[in-house]
Design a protein around this ligand. Sequence first.
Ligand SMILES: [Zn+2]
Length: 388
Amino acid sequence: MSLEQFHIIESTLREGEQFVGANFTTDDKLKIADALSEFGVEYIELTSPAASPQSFEDCKTIARRGLKSKVLTHVRCHIDDAKIALDTGAQGIDLVIGTSSYLRQFSHGMAMSQVIDRAVEVLAWLRAQAPNLELRFSTEDSFRSEESDLFRVYLAVDQVGVDRFGIADTVGIATPTRVYQLVSGLRRLVKAGIEFHGHNDSGCAIANAFTALEAGATHIDTSILGIGERNGIAPLGGFIARMYAHNRDLVKKKYKLRKLRKLDEMIANLVGIGIPFNNYITGVTAFTHKAGIHAKAILNQPETYEILNPKDFGLTRYISIAHKLTGWNAIKDRAEQLGLTLSDEQLKEITAHVKAMADQKQLDINDVDELLHRWADGMEAAGDQAAK
Ligand SMILES: [Zn+2]
């Protein structure tokens, strides 16, 4: 079943470069590519080498870096772009062309018959140049394209021979039911791989990706923290969480899950954003339990309220501590969860402050976090204010 044989096409260095805050230098790109390869993604997709001279050079450098992940580059379905892509030495080329009436009318201006001719021409040329190159053909804005148009172009392309078809929900309009229909329809017609690329404008990106696999897709596009055009695509961490919930052993075997937090932090720093509090796996509240009934059960058996084991990701769970019965070991856990470095002595003093504060007023986790941050920032001299 393809659901167990899925591949990740990690597109932080292509879709992610289209995020408003992203402007990766060559060094950044190498760092990201190395980290993704270490994490274990099967493919890394790079920005079109036709975008700029530096994009071309970076593509060549990364393609020849000897990464464990296969390196793909993503270009428009045009002979000029295909030539440039071939010169980069990438192991695969992802071709894309718009098929919705919006894109045909307002972007490239071609009729469907011209789209089909173009696709066949470019793929046949590439196939002749490099018989072993991994080729993908994708229809942009697939879910606002006529299904009959899509299948006409897919069948024409299938005659030429392609390794993978791409179905792209470019605008985030698809729902799982629609994805299931389209992917399973294509699955019945072709033997090649099927890749799904889904945007998250209406919050369905991860569910759509998972449903695509259920319908027979083989490859899923992700980016770290989901960065991309607008609010981005299926996030790597969120997709990993979904697949882990489906088949824990498989996901643990395929990927170095403990490296996920570093990946998220690296991208957050590079593009100047914070990791959202409710982010999959690495959000600060992802493994936080508060209600007494939850806390009690969690202490007895974590799986009562957790489908993801934080330990598998090198993380720890957190149980509410903002009260007078707290202990310094629990406070220490919280400091670690926040990534703060504090000595045991400091933590014991902070715990005493928390207890004193709780005698005065109702506390919440923000009070404890604020105190921890103040101490970590070296402002413990002002610590007496905490007792106010
Ligand atoms: Zn996209």
